[in-house]
Design a protein around this ligand. Structure first.
Ligand code: SF4
Ligand code: MG
Length: 329
């Protein structure tokens, strides 16, 4: 099968506890009923405003967070029921690259020790083999062998992200969750890191779930894109199709808010009107209805599900896509 991971009806709710008895008084519905597939070798983008649940979904897909409900199939196995050694083995196949290469690298460890650590933890190879592999990885990510005994603080942000990437690929994973991997970097460095990720994907047959709030980074990087809003996927399609023919009013607003050359920066809030509601008490029905200019009665009373022909799906009660204006909504 060409599917590496399938998530069904995933929920991740974080309880809010109060009082001496820590009674659960509410929960943050960070991910609320998400189903998706990830295909081998693709880059699937997760995009949305901050707080929409994309990072939580990414972490939940590889069980850095245990889902509150739902199922995950990884490479034909029921991933959520794996335990002990079987789980440890599977975990080697999935890695994560984080936004902040300053915070995610231990400042007391050398570059060599950092890259070697996954091999030490999983007890892979002899000492000499691990050392040889570290040097190979250092070159693969565009650093120099002479860097092996240096410390993270001696490197720039882009170089640190290269170190994180070397660590992430050390065990030959199949799937990497990239959570805002270039958001902390200067724009001039972003393209270099994105190109490195692309090269490694081709060389090592990697599959990426690529999380970003930045639609132009997503457009540059992803084969398929899922748009998230308040813990749900509201639209999913191939990249070109999504940008040419966005069907969900939220996607249209996001795309309308991409800064274009010569137009200056338009803030999403402006084109959308209003803030993202709280994921503790999301609006009834379609959770976008508080900001949607096309709201109908049904939008308030009933939750739309993701549906549509073929590869392009949206969760919206409108039967046809509203005509887009130049400035989004
Ligand atoms: Fe707007 Fe209704 Fe569609 Fe939600 S379901 S996006 S409120 S038209
Ligand atoms: Mg995030």
């Amino acid at each position: 099968s060409d599917i590496i991971l399938e998530a069904k009806n995933i929920k991740k709710h974080f309880p809010i506890k109060k009082g001496l008895l820590l009674r659960e008084v509410a929960s943050v519905k960070a991910v609320d009923d998400v189903s998706l597939v990830v295909r081998k070798g693709e880059t699937l983008g997760l995009v949305g405003e901050s707080g929409c649940g994309k990072s939580t979904l990414g972490r939940t897909l590889i069980r850095l967070y245990e889902p509150t409900a739902g199922g995950i199939n990884f490479d034909g196995q029921d991933f959520l029921n794996l335990k002990g050694e079987a789980l440890r083995k599977k975990r080697k196949n999935m890695q994560m690259i984080f936004q902040d290469p300053y915070a995610s690298l231990d400042p007391r460890m050398t570059v060599g020790q950092i890259i070697r650590q996954p091999m030490d933890i999983h007890d892979i190879g002899t000492n000499a083999e691990r050392t040889a592999r570290v040097l190979e990885l250092i070159e693969l990510v565009g650093l120099r062998k002479a860097h092996v005994n240096r410390y993270p603080h001696e490197f720039s942000g882009g170089q640190r992200q290269r170190i994180s990437i070397a660590r992430a690929i050390a065990l030959n994973p199949e799937l990497i969750i990239c959570d805002e991997p270039v958001s902390a970097l200067d724009v001039s460095i972003q393209a270099q890191i994105l190109n490195l990720l692309k090269d490694l994907q081709e060389k090592l047959k990697l599959t990426y779930v690529f999380i970003s709030h930045d639609l132009s980074v997503i457009e540059h990087t992803c084969d398929r894109i899922a748009v998230m809003y308040l813990g749900k996927i509201v639209e999913i399609a191939d990249r070109d199709e999504l940008f040419k023919n966005p069907k969900h009013p939220y996607t249209q607003a996001l795309i309308g808010a991409i800064p274009r050359v010569g137009h200056g920066k338009k803030k999403m809030k402006k084109s959308l009107g209003g803030e993202v509601p709280s994921p503790i008490n999301p609006p009834s029905g379609c959770s976008f209805h508080t900001r949607c200019p096309y709201k109908m009665d049904v939008c308030v009373s009933q939750t739309p599900v993701l549906e549509g022909e073929g590869k392009h799906q949206k969760a919206c009660w409108l039967t046809s896509a509203p005509v887009q204006t130049q400035n989004g909504i």
